[in-house]
Ligand binder design. Structure first.
Ligand SMILES: Nc1ncnc2c1ncn2[C@@H]1O[C@H](COP(=O)(O)OP(=O)(O)OP(=O)(O)O)[C@@H](O)[C@H]1O
Ligand SMILES: [Mg+2]
Length: 289
């Protein structure tokens, strides 16, 4: 397993958005996370990718020649009362709040896109891709001012990587346009391209087909396959388009009311009674006639 999720629980006050959710994502697979609105899918992504710190549970990411990364431990501890009194730990926690979580998880190899497109719309397409690679760029002001060869090298590598992914998605022509000017479908692709620039092991896509027309969805389908087959990138996918899910997924996990109600191959979950009930609201005996 590349990602192992064990007993993941997320509480918001009294609301239990995820209740002991367990599933695995096999390396080199396309795994789909499906379920009705409000099932907890995006919350699961938020926990896996470090946007939220789960209330409890385990998240483990396998690493090739090293120990697995504990995706919860690298987020550090939550703010404690003592942090507000101790200036050092307060500064430490504040720094983490501002820059921490998600980017530590990204460095470990997990990246995500959002249900609602989040781009820097006033920046160009290429600038969006460079921002994503900032962790690798040279922040040395002096190197930047004198334009040292190392500085130029890293910059041009970042541009080349951005261009490579734009070409993959067929939007290289738009590299110098403002991101906000792109047609909606291309903005979605740009968001995926931006995530890919971080060279992830696992990419988590939150409803990538939402708002796309059938032709765009078909193209997305083949792009996602290519990520798995040609780039060896593992894909975790939240999607409501069942045609897409059943067509490309190796494994499907079904959430309902914050709990896993079924998991298996597309054929298995499609015929699962509980899944049908969750989706169609079938209430066998009690149905009002
Ligand atoms: N930050 C939050 N604060 C309080 N409650 C939240 C928060 N985020 C999510 N929830 C609650 O958790 C539950 C699951 O929401 P989530 O967004 O994960 O669902 P989803 O499966 O992604 O649904 P959709 O298909 O509509 O996107 C909902 O009841 C939601 O109101
Ligand atoms: Mg959601």
């Amino acid at each position: 397993m590349l990602l192992t999720v064990k007993n993941l629980t997320m509480k918001f006050g009294g609301v239990i958005a995820l209740n002991k959710v367990s599933f695995g994502v096999e390396a080199g697979s396309i795994t789909a996370l499906i379920g009705p609105n409000g099932a907890g899918k995006t919350t699961a992504f938020n926990c896996i990718t470090g946007f939220y710190k789960a209330s409890s549970g385990e998240l483990s990411l396998a690493q090739e020649d090293d120990e697995p990364t504990d995706l919860l431990a690298i987020l550090g501890e939550k703010f404690q009362l003592g942090d507000f009194i101790n200036p050092v730990s307060f500064a430490h926690r504040l720094y983490y709040k501002m820059f921490g979580g998600a980017h530590r998880v990204t460095r470990a190899g997990v990246v995500r896109t959002f249900q609602n497109v989040r781009l820097f719309k006033e920046m160009t397409v290429m600038e969006n891709l460079l921002v994503a690679q900032r962790q690798r760029l040279n922040h040395n002001l002096f190197a930047g001012v004198i334009k040292s060869s190392a500085f130029i090298n890293v910059e041009s590598q970042a541009v080349a990587k951005g261009a490579e992914w734009l070409e993959f998605f067929g939007i290289l022509d738009s590299a110098n346009r403002l991101a906000g000017e792109l047609p909606y479908g291309d903005q979605r692709l740009l968001e995926i391209a931006r995530a890919l620039c971080t060279e992830p092991k696992l990419i988590c896509l939150d409803e990538p087909a939402a708002g796309l027309n059938p032709q765009e969805t078909q193209q997305l389908n083949s792009h996602i396959r290519q990520l798995r087959d040609e780039y060896n990138i593992t894909v975790l996918l939240i999607e409501h388009d069942m045609g897409l899910v059943m067509d490309i997924s190796d494994h499907v996990v079904v959430l309902d009311h914050g709990e896993v109600i079924a998991a298996g191959t597309p054929a298995e979950v499609q015929n699962d009674e509980e899944v049908l009930r969750a989706y169609l609201g079938l209430v066998d005996d009690e149905e009002v006639v």
